[in-house]
Write a protein that binds this ligand. Sequence first.
Ligand code: ATP
Ligand code: MG
Length: 219
Amino acid sequence: MLEVQDLVVRYGSAVALDGVSLVVHEGEMVALVGPNGAGKTTLVKAISRMLPVAGGSIRLGGSVAQVPEGRQLFGDMSVEDNLRLGGWASGRRDPAPIYDLFPKLRDLRRRDAWTLSGGEQQMVAVGRALMAEPRLLAVDELSLGLAPLVVEDLARHLVELNRSRGMAVLLIEQNARLALDICERGYVLEAGRVALSGSCAELRQNQAVQHSYLGGTVA
Ligand SMILES: Nc1ncnc2c1ncn2[C@@H]1O[C@H](COP(=O)(O)OP(=O)(O)OP(=O)(O)O)[C@@H](O)[C@H]1O
Ligand SMILES: [Mg+2]
């Protein structure tokens, strides 16, 4: 579904990704964790072709959509218009499937996006990405600024979409515990390089991962 090989991305002379290799197989959920500034958002932007690549390659075996960091909704547009934008390129105009998935959004559909709570906005951001019916969904910081229960609910939806539609998910999450719980494999990105990778079960048991990302406790 996605094969990133020896990827190098620079901002001017600063190297943000320094030879990153990563794979997401068809229908797989893959976690990407790492500290602030590691290059996670840069990787998602490169995969979405929003940034030029200075070296290496990105191969996609199907369509990709992203839930961008900070959601990036159009605040003075309605919920429904924000959703429609997500389907614009692929010609999918009907938001009804998104309302079936997130019934709350049906009630909110005429509201300007800026008036929504953070959790509601994240639902719109996820819904907007799903409008394109991507084969790979890249989620940059699902939990940013959200209450744990809201995050759990959104995470449950992602798992359900992965199981029911076989949609692959690349999940970037500061909450490493959550990411490593719901994904099958994971990568730890540090300073623009893959520091560790493996099954999430392995990563949860890894001492360095426990120390840096899981609060030092045994998972
Ligand atoms: N537009 C830009 N111009 C210059 N440097 C940038 C730009 N965007 C990001 N960077 C730098 O690239 C590095 C990687 O940033 P990136 O946003 O990818 O990190 P991240 O892992 O997503 O961090 P966070 O967890 O804080 O979101 C950082 O050092 C950052 O300062
Ligand atoms: Mg980021």
